[in-house]
Design a protein around this ligand. Structure first.
Ligand code: 5RP
Length: 240
């Protein structure tokens, strides 16, 4: 990642942290932008600008980072609701449909986003697309004993898909839940995410797919302009 990309991600992460209030229960996303958000939150807590927040992590990554920064963590089963969840995304379309799961964390990310009163997405402008899945493949978490079966089923629907292979470890990526990931390309991309999300999750062996539909309330977009780094706020198209 270039220095400019890091500064853009830091700016958008910081803008999201400005929405956090003392006493909130938070959802902490995963990925590089979410990690910068967790660092910015840790810094505000350290400086006493925020207090009494508790947070539900969405991955091993966010759990370890948050504990290192002294952010009090709580299990999803032990909270009634989450006030605000903040997370990155791999693609965002004009209807606020998202593809997530680039870091293979979308199972817990979707649980946390759906339990949140408010879900804020932090991205740089390269993540904004007219149509999902033309570039970024859709991640699907699948049970290890069913990956080939699910792949055959998807192939019979005309979907190209590949098992995600790990780097610096022989064999496949294994998720925080101990499952595998198939990355799928749908012919012509993805328009109606809601119908597809239901259809994919009804395939036996699929744990969860990376389509996030009707979840995001706000998207913060970081970008470099001639005036410097700027954060744009996109409101939900069908929102209040
Ligand atoms: C992890 C995710 C991430 O939020 C997504 O991949 C974006 O990551 P980054 O901020 O590093 O671009 O969904 O499963």
């Amino acid at each position: 990642m270039s220095d400019l990309q890091i500064r853009i991600k830091q700016a958008v992460a910081k803008a999201a942290v400005e929405q956090i209030r003392s006493g909130m229960v938070l959802g902490l996303g995963s990925g590089s932008t979410a990690a910068l958000m967790i660092e910015a939150l840790g810094e505000k807590l350290r400086q006493g600008q925020l207090e009494n927040v508790t947070a539900v992590p969405t991955s091993f990554q966010s759990q370890v980072l948050a504990s290192r920064l002294g952010i009090p963590l709580v299990d999803l089963n032990h909270v009634e609701a989450i006030d605000l969840a903040i997370d990155g995304a791999d693609e965002v379309d004009p209807g606020f449909q998202l593809i997530k799961g680039g870091g293979a964390c979308h199972v817990q990310e979707k649980l946390v986003a759906s339990a949140a009163h408010r879900f804020v997405v932090v991205v740089d402008a390269s993540k904004l697309v007219d149509r999902l899945n033309l570039d970024f493949l859709l991640p699907m978490e699948v049970l290890p004993g069913a990956w080939a079966l699910v792949r055959r089923r998807l192939q019979s629907m005309g979907v190209e898909c590949e098992l995600r292979i790990a780097q610096r470890k022989a064999g496949p990526v294994v998720t925080d839940q101990g499952n595998l990931v198939l990355d799928a390309r749908f012919p012509g991309g993805i328009g109606d995410g809601a119908a597809l999300e239901r259809q994919l999750n009804s395939i036996p062996g699929v744990v969860e797919n990376g389509l996030f539909v009707n979840l995001a309330d706000q998207v913060l977009v970081g970008e470099a302009t001639e005036q410097g780094i700027h954060v744009r706020t996109l409101a939900r198209p069908d929102g209040p």
